[in-house]
Design a protein around this ligand. Structure first.
Ligand SMILES: C[S@@+](CC[C@H](N)C(=O)[O-])C[C@H]1O[C@@H](n2cnc3c(N)ncnc32)[C@H](O)[C@@H]1O
Length: 275
C-alpha cells in the first residue's frame, strides 16, 4: 500500500499490523520530522516499510524508482498533523505567535510572509476568497495592505491581529467562538504556499494507473475545496469505468470522536475501488 501522507505513522501502523511479512508500505511525507517520527513508530512492524520524504504528487516516480508495481491501496489523510500546528518553525498557528511561514516542506521557496508582504491588494483579496471562502476577503486585504505600509508582517500573531481588527473582532477571537476569525485566511495561505489543490489533483490523476484491479483509494479531506476535488475525480473515474464509488456519501466522524478530537470535525473520507 501507499500511505501518501504518513505523518507520525498512525494509520500506517494500524494497516501494517494487518499485513504479514509479505506486505509493503510505501510512506511519503514532505516533512522531514514526520519521516523520522514515522520511522520510529513503524520499526516494529513485520511488513516491509519504505519511507520517502517526497510530495505525493510525485508518487508515480517514487514507485517506479523503488521498483514498486501497482498497489492494493492508496491512502491520503490530507493537511497537517497537530504536531505541525504547534511546531513554531512551520508558522501555521494563529493561536500562538510564530514566524509567518506555512511551508510543510521547508524546501519550498515561497512563504506565507512573502505572499502577504508582496501580493497586490486585489490579488490578495482574490486568494483569500478563492481558497479561504472568506466573504470579507476585500476588507481583510485592505487592512493587510494598509498595515504593511508601515512595517512588514512577519508573524502569525501580527496577521491574526490584523484580520481580527478588520472584522471588528477582539484579537483572541470571541470567547466560546467555535471558529477563530483568522481560520479562513490562514487556510487560504496554507493552500497557496503548499499548492495543496494542485498536488491533490496530480495524486488523483495518477492513482487509477497505480492501483491493482480491486485496489482501493481512500482520501480524507478537511475542507470543502479538497472534498469537491476528490468527489469530482471519483465521479469522472467512475464514468470512465475505472472506479466503483464505495462511499456514495462521505464518511464523517461520530459526535464522540469530534468531542475527543475537535480537529476531526470537518473531516470527510471518500473511498473508491479500482475496477
Ligand atoms: C493529517 S497528517 C497525516 C497523519 C497520519 N495519517 C498519521 O496517522 O499520523 C497529514 C500529513 O501529510 C503531510 N503532507 C501534506 N501534504 C503533503 C503532500 N502533498 N505530499 C506529502 N505529504 C504531505 C503533512 O506533512 C502531514 O504530515
Amino acid at each position: 500500500m501507499v500511505d501518501a501522507t504518513v505523518g507520525h505513522g498512525g494509520h500506517s501502523y494500524l494497516f501494517g499490523k494487518q499485513l504479514g511479512p509479505d506486505g509493503l508500505i510505501l510512506g511519503l511525507d514532505v516533512d522531514k520530522n514526520c519521516i523520522i517520527r514515522a520511522q520510529e513508530k513503524l520499526n516494529s512492524l513485520s511488513c516491509k516499510v519504505i519511507l520517502v520524504r517526497e510530495n505525493f504528487s510525485n508518487v508515480a516516480e517514487v514507485m517506479a524508482g523503488k521498483g514498486i508495481g501497482k498497489v492494493d491501496f492508496i491512502l491520503a489523510d490530507l493537511g497537517f498533523c497537530s504536531g505541525q500546528l504547534t511546531d513554531s518553525s512551520k508558522g501555521l498557528s494563529f493561536q500562538e505567535n510564530m514566524p509567518l511561514d506555512m511551508r510543510l516542506d521547508n524546501r519550498l521557496k515561497i512563504t506565507a510572509s512573502d505572499i502577504i508582504n508582496n501580493e497586490e491588494e486585489e490579488s490578495l483579496a482574490n486568494l483569500i476568497f478563492d481558497y479561504g471562502e472568506e466573504r470579507a476577503s476585500r476588507r481583510i486585504a485592505r487592512f493587510i495592505v494598509e498595515y504593511r505600509r508601515s512595517q512588514p508582517i512577519t508573524t502569525t500573531g501580527q496577521l491574526a491581529a490584523i484580520i481580527c481588527k478588520s472584522l471588528n473582532q477582539p484579537v483572541r477571537g470571541r470567547r466560546h467562538q467555535k471558529v477563530h476569525p483568522a481560520t479562513k485566511t490562514f487556510q487560504a495561505l496554507r493552500i497557496v504556499v503548499n499548492d495543496e489543490l494542485g498536488r491533490l489533483e496530480k495524486l488523483l490523476a495518477d492513482s487509477p494507473r497505480l492501483l491493482k484491479e480491486n485496489g482501493y483509494i481512500g482520501i480524507i479531506s478537511f475542507h470543502s475545496l479538497e472534498d469537491r476535488i476528490v468527489k469530482l475525480n471519483f465521479k469522472e473515474n467512475a464514468a470512465k469505468g475505472f472506479y466503483e464509488i464505495i462511499t456514495k456519501k462521505p464518511i464523517v466522524p461520530l459526535r464522540e470522536e469530534v468531542i475527543s478530537n475537535p480537529r476531526a470535525r470537518s473531516s470527510k473520507l471518500r473511498i473508491a475501488r479500482r475496477i
